[in-house]
Design a protein around this ligand. Structure first.
Ligand code: HPA
Length: 274
């Protein structure tokens, strides 16, 4: 699909502002198997993606495909139940379209979640990891093309894509609740294939702790537009192992569901603290 012009963003934002009058300051994107988090939100308005002008429509199993407006921990939030992935055939610009719409709606802080494969050999299925940095080089950069200066600069700084002050707050929350949380590097791949054994090894050597098929393109445009990003992965499989290396989407969804309460606690309390 062609690169979206600012006009299209404005059309979408105008439509959504008619649907919901308040200004969301926090945006939330829920990953595979993590969609139940919407139950934590006091929902005031739901808008199916197919009703929103210029929005792509999600196809992958485990994604519900609607934009949710409401209250969470005293804040006005907008949440995507179901995100768009590059592997579905969307352009990188389409994948990030909703994040830019969130920016124009007033969102200042973006919380992202995802299911990811563990490549750090200390990680187990069900672990949760705060993303402290990412490697984006295996996926197309969504800012390639004419820069939309209304969003941000041509050459954005990426020295702190995941804000340290949010990471510190999240770690403090995990400590209070007495659960272990990892902190590491997320490497993005396009998918839809899971990695070969050799690829998991390569990703490990490159310094990543987990690998997944989302999040990084969203983080890039959010950073570009000056939003503060916080992101967490649920380790749904451990890719880096010699035996039993078969990974299925069902296994990923199941493991994500089991770890979801921990992630929900962090998201809820983090939103209260910002
Ligand atoms: N690789 C890539 N993406 C993933 C994985 C994986 O092992 N698990 C969940 N999403």
């Amino acid at each position: 699909m062609a690169k979206k012009a600012l006009k299209q963003f404005n059309e979408t934002v105008k439509f959504l502002k008619k649907q919901y009058k308040e200004t969301p300051t926090v945006g939330i994107v829920l990953g595979s198997g993590l969609g139940n988090f919407i139950n934590e939100i006091a929902i005031e308005k739901e808008v199916p993606y197919e009703d929103i002008p210029n929005f792509p429509v999600s196809t992958v199993e485990g994604h519900k495909g609607k934009l949710i407006f409401g209250k969470l921990s005293g804040k006005t939030v907008v949440a995507m139940a179901g995100r768009f992935h590059f592997y579905e055939g969307y352009s990188a610009q389409d994948v990030v379209f909703p994040v830019r719409v969130m920016k124009l709606l007033g969102v200042e802080t973006l919380l992202l979640s995802n299911a990811a494969g563990g490549v750090n050999t200390d990680y187990k299925v069900g672990d949760i990891m705060i993303i402290k940095d990412h490697i984006s080089q295996f996926t197309p950069n969504p800012l390639i093309g004419k820069n939309i200066a209304e969003f941000g600069p041509r050459f954005p700084d990426m020295s702190e894509p995941y804000k340290r002050h949010l990471i510190q707050k999240a770690k403090a929350i995990a400590l209070v609740h007495n659960f272990d949380v990892k902190e590491g590097v997320y490497l993005a791949v396009t998918g839809p294939t899971f990695e070969t054994r050799a690829e998991y090894k390569m990703i490990h050597v490159l310094g990543a702790d987990v690998v997944g098929m989302s999040t990084v393109q969203e983080c890039i445009v959010a950073s570009h537009a000056g939003m503060e990003v916080f992101a967490m992965s649920v380790v749904t499989d451990v890719g880096i192992r010699e035996e039993d290396n078969i990974i299925t989407h069902e296994e990923v969804l199941e493991a994500a569901k089991l770890a979801e309460p921990k992630l929900a606690t962090i998201f809820k309390e983090l939103v209260a603290a910002i």
